[in-house]
Design a protein. Sequence first.
Length: 518
Amino acid sequence: MEERIKKLRETKAMAALGGGEQKIAGEHEKGKLTARERIDLLLDPGSFNEFNMLVKFKLGTPGDGIVTGHGTIDGRVVCVFSHDVTVLGGSQGYMHGRKLYKIHEMALDMGVPLIGLNDSPGARVIRPELAGSDDPYRVSDEKHAGVVFFINTRCSGAVPQISAILGNCTGGSVYSPALTDFIFMVDGLSHMFITGPRVIKSVTGEEVSMEELGGAKAHCQITGVADFRVRSEQECMQGIKKLLSFLPSNWRERPERKDTGDDPERIADALAEIVPIESTKGYDMRKVVKHIADNGDFFEVKAEFAGEIIVGFARLDGYTVGIIANQPMVRAGCMSLDSSRKQARFIRFCDSFNIPIVMLVDTPGYLPGKAQEHAGIIHHGAKVLYALSEATVPKIAILMRKVYGGAALGMGILPGFGTDLVFAWPTAEVGAMGAKQAVGLFYTEDIKAADNPEQFKASKIKEYRELYGDTLALASEVTYVQDVIEPGETRRCLIRSLKLIQSKKVGITPKRHGNMPL
């Protein structure tokens, strides 16, 4: 027995080296970690249990280019996979695909989060004379890398799926992360695209660098494909851990309450100074969020994309909430086609995993212009309406200043959208449009004909504001605004309100599924 145990240990030690010490050294020279180093950095020390480590060991390609297994993060069980570029470049062959598919199934069956550390060029290209059972395009098995998208979709909304792009990923190795809930990318290290620069040049003649085509900056700022841009692999793993701390393990659970030590009765007096009374003056909504959140801790999602709206996770009295807030510092807080995509996606995630939604509202409406209309703002704006209408988690809106026109729909203010509670600040304004715009639209000829046009215009603007900008009058005329509160009471009001509605249950109309505008 001792001899066999010794041989087993030696074999596993060799398999743990993947493609060998020389290839490992090559990755280190590039400033990259290996597959197992990444897992060790992510998981609690000593908690990783690997599956199928010895697959294809006798053929000299141990693990077939992927490491899979389970471990814990802060004591919570997770499933994880990590592509091993030291073995066949991390490409996806048959056994590689079986392992990849199986770890997704394991996460789904066990109800635990799945974390993918992606560093793969996608499907393995097989030399003609070697074609056979290792060719991902010539297999009869239904569970392989080529259809991992099927199990990704099955996992969606059932368990959190988090992806990190940690090398040059193409083809299936980007489609699969695109189906997951969140994507992390590392500056200068991460690239994702369907076809790389060499193929693009050969087909179209266009020359483009990998960074410009599919780097972290491109996908976090321009396409919105990625959610987080970080500076190093170490920072990436820390980000994944923090994100996971806000989430439940599966759709049946609620996020665990954390003892933050922040007084739930705390009054945030600074809010009255941060937000100007004049609805046309800008301010940083992030400051508002941080004064409301426990200990000012706010984990923002897609911070660099569609900055006119802010989404992310915070805690109120230790409970996770999803924050959706207009950002007056960017495009005056106008809603746009990109912000609609960002907002709808976030709403649906929160609704999938029992995370209450808090909406901080201050927007002049949807961004006007031919570019927005021709790019499909109607279509993308409808995604928000669909997501809001479908969401059954607790929803609270704080009407801080203005909400004009269609924004009252897109921010869930109007009754009928399932927003459970709406509170208003004394500065709240609800109307078809702003006072200046309304007066300019309705009184153009009257202004021209007036003896003193500027005085007449100013009086009409004042009249309009008194009609639509009087929060107390609004509260006396409608019932969907539950109360007018002082800005400093916002945090306390939210916490007390969530205690009331946190256990609400809403039935869903029986059907196969809706047809969301995509």
